[in-house]
Design a protein. Sequence first.
Length: 286
Amino acid sequence: MSTETVEYRRILLEGAQVQVVRDGDELVAGDGRRVKAADAVHLPPVQPTKILAVHLNHISRAREFQAKMPPAPYWFSKPTSALNAHEGAVVRPLGCKWLNYEGEVAIVIGRTTRNVAPADAGQYIAGYTVANDYGLHDFRDTDAGSMLRVKGSDTLAPLGPGLVTGWDFHDKHMQTRVNGKVVQDGSTAEMTWDMHYLVADVARTITLYPGDVILSGTPANSRTVFPGDVVEVEVEGLGTLRNHIVDGPTAIREDVGAQPTESEEVLSTALGGDWEFRGIRAPRRD
């Protein structure tokens, strides 16, 4: 497998959306214009028609919740309106408290994909990027089945900084930091189902199009973050995705729909492995 990688990013350059290639600490446009990566206004590196995500894949996360790994991947989806970019603000709506990070690797599809074998799935992958699959657990009691607002609220799907091609996903270090402190430390080696298997599994019944994103799961120690926090997810060979947490500009409306809750299920999920030290029952993972 090739070890030569190329990183493509999407940025705003002189008011226009431009694809650039990273060259050290600079980004180079097709017409030769250069900008410092640190100064660029980043966009999500891809424009998917769908974002799909596996519930549980890392052994460490299953152990944390004292859960058995399911016999096959279980899936949910995030709307594309949740997309966010490197250095983007992640919004915790006013009235909500339990916003958790989940550092992940995102698979990006390169060709229309349907009904492929795991052994062939790599041919349909354009590359990979870093993701943070944020979860707003205040809505877990009402949306646990669909995860719609839990995982799909605006800004909760940051990707970036770039799309990396030629990356070998085997045995790569993954780390999440909050305000510089390491809070997740894992590896792709602990994934039960690898990237090729995940693509093949979901493509049995769902057609994947170029740019579509598959989130491949998070290791142990997802925890709650707060406005003012800076969250970084670093994946070996893919770079570092950085976002900051902010309060939403308005409160959740109280005159319509289910309201945020703080049940045992919400707390035990948001607190992760800390639930047993807080006098709370284990989260349900049936």
